[in-house]
Ligand binder design. Structure first.
Ligand SMILES: Cc1cc2nc3c(=O)[nH]c(=O)nc-3n(C[C@H](O)[C@H](O)[C@H](O)COP(=O)(O)OP(=O)(O)OC[C@H]3O[C@@H](n4cnc5c(N)ncnc54)[C@H](O)[C@@H]3O)c2cc1C
Length: 369
């Protein structure tokens, strides 16, 4: 049986970030990924620039566009509203390349990467965690980090599972006339009223648009037809080739239950850390990885096992504010067009996206002149 100081399951942004931090601390680190890189991930690929404050390397080489505008629309209203607010700058990435870049940084720091290896079970005992893979290998470590996404096998094995979350469907749409991208490539589009408790989006990339629709509901009959109705709203997507339509889960945070046991710790989607207002998950996967790296090794050295310190820290820095986010969701989604027509709301949304304010600050922000 191979032994490591730390095993991470899943090489998305959360897993790759934690692996790099672990290897940089000098720990013998193994990162296990079921796919081969560069692998695809169903995702809009919108990344807040605030992520730069969490990464100790430059990722701008994999940013395809930076959008500075937002268009809002509602299904039964004829008029769209486009804003170019001060300070708005959301980076657009292709997840295959973005995640591969992060994984390379983890490997450069000394992480051992096991690709095309699926973890099938995780067994925790008093002194160890044993990870079993589909290749029949058993690996043991004093700690295992579950970074294996919305359908986390690590969360389920550790008794920390919370279901799969909301659902979404997305496709990549390649316009035949590239000038369409010049015309519409500087803004992200958000459409309301096309799906209950959710929204549709059009995010521009280098050579295409990522078009999708998602809801916080865990079950949505007719998702494909809702997607088609949303897509048909945009004339500029008519003369275009559509790639495969793919669905996946968005584990919106619904509660702040435990995110770790004595030897297993969950980060990102496996811990259901997606922002319940916006659906943003990449930043929080990376932030939770950073919080885990700050807390778990210290605790292991001090006590030989984890307490609830990591969970408490995530609550304090992420999920406590999500209580206010859910509240904002209920208010905003009752009448999105009432809100997105107001400059103050757009300024608040921009500052939220940049992580300059939190949801709990929203009222004082709206009162500001
Ligand atoms: C349609 C859609 C659009 C989205 N758009 C955005 C957006 O624009 N911006 C944003 O910030 N967030 C977005 N999200 C959310 C975002 O994709 C996730 O929050 C983010 O990917 C979480 O990162 P992670 O590292 O926790 O998990 P993931 O990125 O899901 O990575 C998990 C990794 O674990 C691997 N894995 C899974 N099971 C196993 C196993 N048993 N053994 C080994 N490996 C395993 C997977 O192959 C994967 O590589 C979107 C989500 C969806 C579904």
């Amino acid at each position: 049986m191979d032994r490591y100081d730390c095993v991470i399951v899943g090489a998305g942004p959360g897993g790759a970030t934690f692996a790099r931090k672990s290897a940089l601390k000098g720990f013998k680190t193994l990162l296990i990924e079921k796919d081969a890189f560069p692998r695809n991930k169903v995702c809009g690929g919108g990344v807040t620039p605030a992520i730069r404050g969490l990464l100790d390397f430059d990722h701008r080489g994999v940013v395809e566009r930076t959008v500075r505008g937002m268009t809002f629309l509602t299904r039964d209203e004829p008029e769209d509203h486009t804003w170019y607010p001060d300070g708005m700058a959301v980076d657009m990435v292709t997840r295959g390349e973005f995640d591969h870049h992060l994984v390379k940084q983890a490997v450069d720091a000394g992480t051992v990467l096991a690709e095309k290896t699926r973890v099938v079970s995780v067994r925790e005992s008093t002194k160890n965690v044993t990870v079993l893979t589909d290749t029949g290998d058993e690996i043991s470590a004093p700690i295992v980090v579950g970074a294996d996404g919305a359908r986390s096998i690590v969360a389920a094995s550790a008794g920390l599972g919370r279901g799969y979350g909301g659902v979404a469907l997305e496709a990549e749409i390649y316009p035949r006339d590239r000038s369409v991208l010049d015309e519409h490539g500087d803004k992200a589009v958000f459409g309301f009223g096309f799906i209950p408790r959710g929204y549709g989006w059009v995010f521009p990339k280098k050579d295409r648009f990522s078009v999708g629709i998602g809801t916080t509901r865990g079950h949505m009959p007719g998702l494909v037809s809702l997607y088609c109705q949303f897509r048909s709203r945009f004339d500029f997507l008519n003369e275009a080739d559509e790639g495969e339509r793919r669905g996946w889960f968005i584990p919106f945070c619904k509660d702040s239950g435990p995110m770790n046991t004595r030897r297993v710790c969950l980060i990102g989607d496996s811990a259901h850390l997606v922002d319940p207002f916006s659906g943003e998950g990449i930043y929080y996967a990376v932030l939770s990885a950073a919080i885990a790296a700050e807390t778990v090794f210290e605790e292991l050295q001090e006590k030989g096992r984890l307490s609830q310190r990591y969970t408490k820290e995530v609550k304090k820095r992420i999920t406590k504010d999500y209580g206010y986010a859910r509240w904002c969701f209920d208010i905003f989604y009752a009448s999105p067009s009432f809100f997105y027509k107001k400059a103050k709301v757009i300024r608040a949304l921009t500052r939220l996206s940049n992580k300059e304010i939190r949801y709990r600050d929203i009222f004082s922000e709206l009162r500001r002149t």
